[in-house]
Write a protein that binds this ligand. Structure first.
Ligand code: CU
Length: 163
């Protein structure tokens, strides 16, 4: 009886965890994995997440993959003169005891090329993130409409992802 209750409580905790989009892997805490909903027949999109490295040693995101896209690349975005440019990178560094919050319109993000179907707001899809130290981690990515108001915590959520 007590065992059963404990199990239920644990299950409940797990459910709350999933709802908060939090995944722990070693010293990494991955939160709020989300991707931009597509418009019309847009073949590409981008995914963003928050990673906290609570450990004493550096780690890095070295690849990402998902079955819903033909190709996934790690990208970064930066200003060159007054033009925002993005390019692919080998890895996204996660220094010890720091947090990284990927945001639309700035810095690192995960680029999804050749989507096999449109991404609709409210849907979820699985993605495997590979970290140099923490290894492979599966996360659930929630599709969000970045143009809608009030569905996102970030003030930068309404910015365009310029290519
Ligand atoms: Cu990109």
């Amino acid at each position: 009886m007590i065992k059963r209750l404990a199990f239920s409580f644990f299950t409940l905790l797990m459910m709350v965890n999933v709802k908060a989009h939090t995944v722990k892997a070693g010293s990494l805490v991955i939160e709020h994995a989300h991707a931009r909903a597509t418009v019309g027949s847009m073949p590409n999109s981008a995914a963003f997440l928050q990673v906290s490295n609570k450990g004493k040693s550096d780690d890095a995101l070295i690849s990402a993959s998902t079955t819903i896209a033909d190709r996934v690349e790690l990208h970064t975005m930066s200003m060159e003169g007054d033009v925002m440019k993005m390019r692919s990178v080998e890895s996204v560094e996660l220094k010890a005891e720091t947090s990284l919050a990927m945001k639309p319109g700035q810095g690192p993000h995960i680029m999804l090329f050749g989507l096999k179907k449109p991404l609709k707001a409210g849907e979820k899809f699985p993605m495997t993130l590979t970290f140099r130290k923490a290894g492979a981690v599966n996360v659930s990515v929630e599709v969000m409409d970045f143009t809608a108001h009030g569905n996102h915590g970030s003030g930068n959520a309404h910015e365009e992802h310029k290519h």
